[in-house]
Design a protein around this ligand. Structure first.
Ligand SMILES: NC(=O)c1ccc[n+]([C@@H]2O[C@H](COP(=O)([O-])OP(=O)(O)OC[C@H]3O[C@@H](n4cnc5c(N)ncnc54)[C@H](O)[C@@H]3O)[C@@H](O)[C@H]2O)c1
Length: 319
């Protein structure tokens, strides 16, 4: 199959591209700011993807690239993240809203069979405590920031493009995605900086500080997310507009304990004076039924892999 991946040298994208190449697919990446070194590091010997430098806000360029690639399946990951959306609302409208609709329009124009795009649990906004227990896959959206609002709007657009335009499109709502490479997204506006404090800094022998120790969050390993995208792209029928891709529900303070088990010298200060709005408790049944996804990595395994890769990159001995 010929895959076309926007944002394909980003954190999740690089792992996806590796898996696609490993499975023998042809991959074209459409990227505003290609991170060639990160991509090469993750992809390794799995193969080589073509990279087209471009901006999803430019419909003509996107369409031209998709046509040139002969795209059969489109994965749309390009997006502003939480903080960058708040900092630049106009750009968030252009990249997140128009950029995603450009991906839908271009996919229709080239006759792609399936589009998978990245939504987020930020579309729900509130946690199970406010939504009355488990957050159902089709629960109502009450986003609390522009990023979440953009993803919620795009889930409505998914319904319209299916119903009125006949596009086979589905969103995947990611939770808190962790793994090697996550820290690169901080400069791009990821609000999830406690992962760097919890994992990256201790892995490199630096002190970490988390202030939301009592939050229970859904931690999803990046390689599981990449696999979920492939499953969604291959699924014959995905009736839901979007599916939540879950990991392990764990208290942030307990994640710090797991890191300390892996790295006995780790220095992580855990406080609970600044809880976040990001929660756990997302229903996984629909995702399992529709695309057969269940996380394959436990949090402990994912942490060990992330810490191992970080230490290897910095020339530190393995754990
Ligand atoms: N990482 C998470 O925890 C998480 C959670 C929920 C949802 N998501 C969603 O998953 C997707 C991928 O996230 P990620 O963590 O890999 O982020 P990322 O920033 O690492 O990757 C996004 C990529 O898109 C590219 N990009 C940004 N604007 C672009 C534009 N205008 N045109 C072309 N390319 C552009 C960036 O250069 C980057 O490489 C995003 O849509 C994000 O909203 C991520």
């Amino acid at each position: 199959m010929r895959y076309f991946v926007t944002g394909g040298t980003g954190f999740i994208g690089a792992y996806l591209v590796r898996d696609l190449l490993q499975a023998g697919h042809e991959v074209t990446i459409f990227e505003l700011a290609p991170q060639q070194e990160f991509l090469d590091e993750i992809v390794g010997a799995a193969g080589e993807a073509s990279i087209v430098r471009g901006d999803v806000t430019d419909l003509a360029a996107l369409l031209h690239a998709m046509k040139g690639a002969g795209a059969e399946r489109v994965v749309h990951l390009a997006s502003l993240l939480t903080d960058s959306s708040e900092e630049n609302p106009l750009r968030a409208v252009r990249v997140n809203l128009e950029g995603t609709l450009h991906a839908f329009e271009a996919a229709l124009a080239v006759g792609a069979q399936k589009v998978v795009w990245a939504s987020s649990i930020a579309a729900f906004g509130r946690g199970p405590d406010e939504l009355g227990g488990t957050v159902r896959n089709d629960d109502y959206h009450a986003p609390v920031n522009l990023y979440g609002a953009s993803k919620a709007f795009l889930e409505r657009c998914t319904a319209t493009y299916r119903r009125d335009r006949g596009l086979d499109v589905v969103g995947l709502r990611f939770t808190i995605v962790y793994g090697y490479g996550k820290s690169f997204t901080v400069q791009r506006g990821s609000a999830v900086t406690h992962l760097e404090e919890l994992i990256d800094k201790p892995a490199l022998g630096q002190p970490g500080l988390v202030t939301n120790g009592d939050d229970v969050q859904d931690f999803s390993y990046v390689e599981d997310c990449a696999r979920a995208i492939v499953l969604a792209a291959e699924a014959a029928d995905t009736p839901s507009l979007a599916l939540t891709v879950t990991g392990d529900d764990v208290r942030v303070g307990d994640v710090a304990d797991m890191v300390r088990e892996l790295l006995p010298d780790a220095r992580i200060e855990v406080r609970s004076d600044a809880p976040m709005r990001i929660r756990a408790g997302y229903d996984r049944e629909g995702t399992e039924r529709e695309i057969g996804f269940r996380p394959a990595w436990t949090l402990r395994e994912g942490l060990a892999s992330t810490i191992g890769k970080l230490r290897a990159r910095h020339g530190l001995p393995p754990i």
